[in-house]
Design a protein around this ligand. Structure first.
Ligand code: ZN
Length: 73
């Protein structure tokens, strides 16, 4: 009987690379009817129209792909 070894580490790494590859370089936000781009790692963005600081990243316990980047970088 052949032993089948499942390489879960490789699958995880592959999935992570796919996520990184498809990760947007800029995040599109909309405020005051205006769309603008912010860096995906920024926690806050400032609306170019009303200068309001907008929270763009979650501080909750929900794991986000950005958190993976924070861990790697
Ligand atoms: Zn605004």
């Amino acid at each position: 009987m052949m032993e089948v070894k499942v390489h879960t580490d490789l699958i995880t790494a592959h999935d992570l690379l796919e996520a990184i590859r498809s990760f947007p370089l800029k995040r599109l936000l909309e405020h005051c009817g205006t769309q603008f781009l912010v860096a995906p790692f920024d926690f806050h963005a400032t609306c170019p129209q009303c200068r309001t600081r907008i929270k763009v990243r979650s501080f909750s316990g929900v794991s986000e792909i950005e958190d993976v980047f924070d861990a790697v970088i």
